[in-house]
Design a protein around this ligand. Structure first.
Ligand code: GLN
Length: 302
């Protein structure tokens, strides 16, 4: 496995410099684009890694996976009355479908869907972002995971588009709490900082039928785990989900911080990070590295 990662590292290094770091907030725009790391966690908890795999990055939309899991644990199937399970085929921050689909977002991974899920978690917990931080600490076995307040506040200062989505959903009756409260919690969750290593560990239960080796707990049932992986496969990379399935062939979730998780059900969880993004807002080198990895060893689930 280490030889494999060494080869991929050599292959993708010349690509660093392609793509563009997220620049919608200053705290993300100043990240050095020439970084790359990858960590693979097998279902015994062994880690294989290379590059900047211990460097922390802003997890951004990967946090949507954790908020969905917390909502599944608290609401069960009732959750699906408020958010759909279909790919959107549109950018992650699009509003257009909300207007003609009665304020029900297409899936939990586009921003509108993640905001509804955050709203549901807000109805159950006073500080859902702290609950999520504690959850990732537990399932990764790393206590040193923190929220970057500068990123969270900068996101809040640039909240107009996410606020517009939330208010539109409120107008359709699909938003219970004060929009500002939910936005604060959503941005704080996006601003968690994790490394590839602790992210691969934190998401390993998705490769292990819902069981976390690091907290010794059943986080999701086997069926719920399959369902989350199905949603990751169809919607985790937004309007690049089809091409990601074609090129990489694994359930995955990206974030504008440049991180991507990918799950090989029954075997491995993977986290790759490289901050420069392609036009769809996904890590350019990250997708290329995952493609090379899965093609070399035939890990596509299809
Ligand atoms: N915090 C970002 C936003 O809400 C997350 C987007 C992303 O990672 N795709 O716009």
């Amino acid at each position: 496995m280490q030889t494999l990662l060494n080869d991929i590292y050599t292959e993708v290094l010349p690509m660093l410099g392609q793509g563009k770091v997220a620049n919608y907030i200053p705290a993300l725009a100043c990240v050095d684009p020439n970084q790359f790391g990858i960590a693979i966690c097998d279902n015994r908890g062994e880690i294989t890694k290379i590059g900047d795999a211990d460097q922390e990055f802003s997890i951004q939309s990967i946090s949507k996976v954790f908020s969905l899991i917390i909502a599944i644990n608290n609401y069960g199937p009732e959750l699906w009355n408020r958010v759909g399970r279909e790919p959107s085929g549109l950018p992650f921050n699009s509003l257009v479908q909300l207007e003609y689909e009665n304020g029900i977002p297409r899936n939990p991974f586009i921003n509108a869907g993640a905001l509804v899920v955050s709203d549901m978690n807000q109805s159950r917990f006073a500080s859902p972002h702290l609950g999520m931080r504690d959850f990732v600490r537990r399932v990764s076995g790393h206590e040193d995971i923190f929220i970057d307040r500068e990123v969270a506040e900068s996101e809040y200062a640039h909240r107009s588009r996410n606020a517009a989505m939330a208010y539109l959903m409120k107008s359709f009756g699909n938003f219970e709490n004060e929009v500002d409260d939910v936005l604060h919690n959503y941005f704080s969750a996006c601003a968690l900082r994790m490394s590839c290593v602790n992210m691969a560990k934190a998401t390993n239960f998705l490769a292990n039928r819902g069981y976390s080796l690091f907290s010794n707990e059943k986080v999701l049932s086997q069926d719920e785990t399959s369902q989350v992986n199905a949603l990751l496969a169809t919607s985790g990379l937004y309007d690049e989900a089809g091409s990601f399935a074609f090129r990489v062939g694994l359930p995955g979730k990206s974030g504008v911080g440049g991180g991507i998780i990918a799950i090989v059900p029954g075997r491995f969880s993977i986290c790759v990070w490289s901050p420069a993004l392609n036009k769809m807002g996904n890590s350019l080198v990250g997708v290329a590295a995952l493609e090379s990895l899965t093609n070399r060893i035939g890990w596509s689930v299809y």
